[in-house]
Ligand binder design. Structure first.
Ligand SMILES: Cc1cc2nc3c(=O)[nH]c(=O)nc-3n(C[C@H](O)[C@H](O)[C@H](O)COP(=O)(O)O)c2cc1C
Length: 362
């Protein structure tokens, strides 16, 4: 059956109110009780209908779910540092027939609201849910909603968690996660191949990256065959701070490489082009579930010989790529010590300076 909620009309009001009462009764006596006896009442429901903000879903004439979608936020939302400015919608009072729980109806109602908002040019969805209603909190988090603040609502006890979700196809939260997950990894699963086609896709990302003067002087030499990989590996230097380790052992070496070259016939200076290209590729690597490491410490002479790279091309850096076989964790820099280290359980620790340390004022 097609899932198509419709706008509620005045004659739906009592039925919607009964649904809300049924939901309230189902939660009664549990910690999750989020609607007090007097809220939402029939007047609230009628108000939602008058504002054309109440959407209902029926199956064979029977009311199954209701929710309010509008673009006016409750007063306690005003002081919140919402991440996504611009136009948004708020979802309130999502109610699903308790007898129809666990059928994914609430999720479909939310998807309906988000799609409607997206079509109408809205950039984000805001909502709140009772903090002790762990099922609802989990539900919204699974749908990609992020916690923004705790609020206290008039006439309601307890804490309410405010959530926000960006409707942008690629949200700032997603980008942040990708960047944080994109760590330098130096031990790989050598038994899992990475194809040349994958490497070409990665170079295609770098092709779209910025370039000084738009000169685009970079060239990319690919390696995904064991024979060529074996030629490249001895010319790379690994993890200088880890003194008793010479790099990945056989069985944990990278299965692919991208050698970034600068074409001296286009320009003699490559500025930051290769840094930008390298990180663009590394983000692509992380987005594919792969991992890698930018290697700047390269025996360039040796590598040039084994790969037969003409002098016209400067070897700028090498990207080592594969499926990760080590865990990397970030931690705060202590006593100004930025050296990464490996704990006895094999986990690689990377200290990062704090934001306060980075922000500069003369
Ligand atoms: C320009 C550049 C050159 C690097 N060269 C090497 C290298 O030669 N060998 C190595 O093991 N790691 C190298 N790295 C990886 C850094 O050690 C790594 O980025 C740093 O320890 C922080 O870890 P993270 O990338 O997980 O944040 C290089 C990174 C960059 C950006």
């Amino acid at each position: 059956m097609e899932f198509r909620p419709v706008k509620a009309v005045e004659t739906d009001a009592r039925e919607v109110f009964s649904l809300i009462v049924a939901c309230r009764e189902a939660m009664e006596g549990t910690e999750m009780e989020q609607w007090p006896e007097f809220y939402p009442d029939l007047d609230v429901v009628r108000g939602d209908i008058e504002r054309e903000a109440l959407w209902i879903y029926r199956e064979d004439g029977t009311l199954v779910a209701a929710m309010t979608v509008d673009d006016t936020q409750p007063e306690p939302y005003d002081g919140i540092d919402w991440k996504y400015g611009g136009l948004y919608i708020c979802v309130h009072r999502l109610a699903v027939d308790p007898a129809r729980r666990r059928e994914g109806i609430a999720g479909r109602m939310m998807v309906f609201a988000e799609e409607m908002a997206f079509r109408n040019g809205r950039k984000a969805v805001r909502l709140d849910t009772y903090g002790l209603n762990t099922a609802a909190v989990r539900f919204y988090e699974c749908l990609g909603y992020r916690r923004r603040a705790i609020i206290y609502l008039p006439k309601k006890d307890g804490e309410y968690i405010c959530f926000e979700k960006s409707l942008a196809p690629f949200s700032p939260d997603m980008l942040y996660t990708l960047i944080v997950e994109s760590r330098s990894v130096r031990r790989f699963r050598e038994d899992v191949h990475v194809s040349r086609e994958r490497l070409i896709e990665l170079v295609d990302l770098a092709r779209h990256a910025p370039s000084g003067g738009n000169r685009q002087p970079l060239k990319f030499m690919l390696s995904s065959e064991p024979a060529r990989n074996r030629m490249i590996f001895p010319h790379l230097r690994w993890a200088g701070y880890i003194k008793d380790w010479d790099g990945p052992e056989e069985g944990e070496r990278p299965v692919a490489y991208i050698v970034i070259l600068g074409d001296r016939e286009i320009t003699e200076t490559f500025g930051t082009d290769h840094g930008i290209a390298a990180q663009t590729i590394m983000l692509g690597v992380a987005s594919m579930g792969l991992a890698g490491c930018i290697i700047g410490s390269v025996d360039r002479k040796g590598l040039r010989v084994v790969l037969g790279i003409p002098v016209r091309y400067e070897i700028l850096c090498v990207l080592a790529i594969g499926y990760p076989a080590e865990e990397v964790v970030l931690e705060d820099v202590k006593d100004d010590d930025i050296k990464y280290w490996r704990s006895t359980d094999g986990v690689h620790h990377v200290p990062k300076r704090s934001l306060d340390d980075l922000l500069f004022e003369p």
